[in-house]
Design a binder for this molecule. Structure first.
Ligand SMILES: [Zn+2]
Length: 452
């Protein structure tokens, strides 16, 4: 086992190299992790998918697996493992070089998919890069040799504010109205209707929100600084240096000559984070989406956000040329902007979000035979009115059910009494929900279920 200092020194030496530990499939994320891990601990990492590293390997006695939490601070030298939402289902693995509570830096292979291209080792070298946290996410820390003092994470941890500082930007401005359609233009419509409302809802959730001046155009301001080589005082540069936001969200409306409809989120090559995904989901649940979260490198503010490591995205809220989109936004302005704000917030603001409610009932059929006395109610809820005790289901009795419902921490079945005495549907709980993924078939019932 190496000391932490030796491990970090080796890790840093990998940057910029083509690292292929197993001589297979070019420069996979696994290769940097394994080269580092083998050098540091003398153990190899096994398994097919990076996401399964924490469970495919036995770290007992030489390393500790930590689940990421909002207060967890990785240390240099920790392996970091991404879940299956990444790497086309395989997850991802990298090695941490430094971290604070809002982001961490790694050295890694194949983040951009250039490790193995057209059946040959590709162009992507081991790269140093910042990432944001995700859940679940795992950090694996070697039990380093103790001859030297442990290096603390170089950025001092500070208590993570649960409330964030957002900057909202209305696209276009000054003499540039942006796209026009349906009797309005981007500049005016977004200033008048969108950003104040999104700000209102974010503030109601306790966040600090600053609007980029409506009298200005952040794009033109950024370009002014960019053209003068002034990366401090104008546009998005100024936002970063003066406002120091946790995230910047710029709003636009799309334009199309045809009848295209739906919004989408645009961002730099940094991986989409919770805010990007939250907004995209809000669009999907409201005005609809025309495509998924899209990486672009031909937009000034997107590129500046990438170079300056600013948490930024540009949101196309829908098509200004689509009567359907514009009618939807105008008619549902409050629920729409609340849904967008909830997406930014990471969870619903002020009760149920706009859009679809979560599914709790499935038309799964079967026969339930009780092994104890089961209370029967008129609705699938612990608040539902109970029928007289004489009509409860007794041990050994069965009912055929037509659907299952998840409510109040129980699974409920919907059934009629088999004797036909009462032609109405009734409900009873058949088990508590204990399975982490809430799968009824993983539960222990108060009796037996034969599925049909
Ligand atoms: Zn625009």
């Amino acid at each position: 086992m190496k000391t932490q200092a030796q491990a970090i020194k080796y890790l840093n030496s990998l940057e910029g190299k083509f690292v292929d530990f197993d001589n297979a499939f070019g420069f996979q994320c696994y290769d940097v992790a394994n080269a580092y891990w083998y050098h540091t601990t003398g153990h190899k990492l096994y398994g097919l998918y990076a996401k399964n590293i924490p469970t495919d390997n036995n770290f007992t006695g030489y390393a500790t697996v930590y689940n990421n939490t909002p207060s967890f601070l990785p240390l240099p030298g920790d392996l970091v493992v991404w879940n299956g939402n990444w790497g086309e289902g395989c997850g991802h693995v990298a090695v941490v070089t430094q971290a604070n509570l809002s982001q961490f830096q790694v050295i890694e292979n194949n983040w951009l998919g250039g490790g193995w291209v057209n059946g040959k080792p590709g162009w992507e070298r081991a790269t140093r890069r910042w990432h944001t946290y995700d859940f679940p996410m795992w950090f694996i820390r070697p039990h380093y040799a103790k001859s030297k003092p442990v290096i603390e994470s170089i950025v001092k941890p500070k208590p993570k504010p649960t409330k964030k500082k957002f900057v909202l930007v209305a696209g276009h401005g000054y003499n540039d109205p942006g796209a026009t359609g349906n009797g309005t233009n981007e500049r005016d419509f977004i200033r008048k209707n969108i950003i104040d409302n999104v700000a209102k809802y974010l503030r109601s959730a306790g966040h600090t929100v600053t609007l980029y001046s409506k009298k200005q155009d952040m794009y033109q301001d950024t370009a002014y600084g960019y053209n003068r080589g002034d990366t401090k005082n104008y546009g998005l540069y100024w936002v970063k240096n003066k406002l120091k936001p946790d995230a910047v969200i710029e709003f636009h409306l799309d334009w199309s000559g045809s009848n295209a409809s739906g919004g989408h989120v645009i961002k730099s090559a940094y991986a989409a984070d919770g805010i990007d995904k939250g907004i995209q989901k809000a669009l999907q649940d409201t005005v609809g989406t025309i495509r998924g979260i899209t990486t672009r490198n031909d937009l000034l503010n997107v590129n500046v956000s990438y170079n300056q490591n600013i948490n930024y995205r540009l949101v196309e809220l829908g098509f200004i040329t689509s009567k359907k989109d514009m009618d939807y936004i105008k008619k549902n302005l409050q629920s729409f902007t609340k849904a967008i704000a909830s997406g930014i917030n990471g969870k619903p603001i002020g009760g149920t979000p706009a859009g679809k409610s979560k599914k709790i009932t499935w038309a799964w059929k079967g026969r339930f035979t009780a092994n104890t006395l089961i209370r029967v109610r008129t609705t699938p809820s612990t608040k539902g009115k109970a029928v007289p005790k004489s009509d409860w289901i007794k041990k050994g009795q069965w009912v055929d059910f037509v659907s299952i419902t998840k409510a109040n921490g129980y699974w409920w079945i919907k059934f009629k009494y088999p004797n036909g005495a009462n032609n109405k549907y009734f409900y009873c709980a058949v088990c508590r929900i204990t399975d982490k993924n809430e799968r009824i078939k993983k539960e222990k019932y108060w009796g037996k279920i034969k599925w049909k």
